[in-house]
Ligand binder design. Structure first.
Ligand code: GSH
Length: 206
């Protein structure tokens, strides 16, 4: 059975669990990271030398990096569904997976860590404001895409909706003041009704 290593409140673990559930794959999730610890164990380092979550074990395959895992699961367990095979359809999925890291989460991470994981007295309001001001206008880009397509990479739900959906889920849950993007809100409302999202990703941020 597929084994997923990582605590359930990690955005990167949530991507993987959401994808496994969409593919109706049975899986076992093992709590490591954060308060659970375990990342310094030699046996964990042998699976992921970066000592980060998530990691999956699937038969002989061990995969780390959440987007590599999403692609692996799509390729192996749902060919031509969550990660399209044709280059012309796959490219937009990969574009949004890269956008998530390079244009989105690079800003959101500080806001989330400050507002959710840092005691109020130790927060840096200037850092929160700077990253908010950087991310808020950039979200016009996925909003513009979603004015033209039902999902972020085209007409079908893909692993790009999983990663981008979790980014927007956190952005909407954080109280930093934001521009209203109607297409982004329409798309997120649809994602958040999916049973897999509700089961594994809807809990309050922690
Ligand atoms: N680029 C990596 C980032 C992995 C990462 O930073 N994971 C965080 C949790 S979201 C982690 O391992 N934190 C240490 C911990 O949980 O103890 C990926 O996408 O998988």
């Amino acid at each position: 059975m597929l084994r997923i290593w990582g605590r359930p409140n990690s955005i990167n673990v949530q991507k993987v669990v959401w994808a496994a559930a969409e593919l109706e794959l049975p899986f076992e999730r093992i709590d490591v990271g954060g308060a659970y610890g375990g990342l310094d164990d030699p046996s964990y380092g042998a699976k992921n030398p970066n000592r980060r979550i998530p990691v999956i074990e699937d038969g002989e395959a061990i995969v780390w990096e959440s987007h590599a895992i999403l692609r692996y699961l799509g390729a192996v367990h749902g060919p031509d569904t969550l990660w399209p095979t044709a280059a012309v359809s796959r490219a937009p999925v990969d574009m949004w997976l890269d956008w998530y890291h390079n244009e989105g989460y690079v800003h959101l991470r500080d806001i989330f860590m400050q507002l959710v994981r840092t005691p109020k007295a130790q927060r840096h309001p200037a850092l929160i404001a700077r990253q908010r001001d950087a991310l808020d206008p950039k979200l016009a880009i996925p909003d513009d895409q979603l004015r033209h397509t039902e999902f972020i990479a085209g007409a079908s739900f893909t692993i790009a909706d999983i990663a981008m959906g979790l980014l927007v889920h956190r952005w909407f849950a954080l109280d930093v003041g934001r521009t209203t993007y109607p297409a982004l809100e329409r798309w997120y409302a649809g994602l958040s009704r999916r049973p897999a999202f509700q089961e594994y990703c809807a809990a309050p941020l922690s």
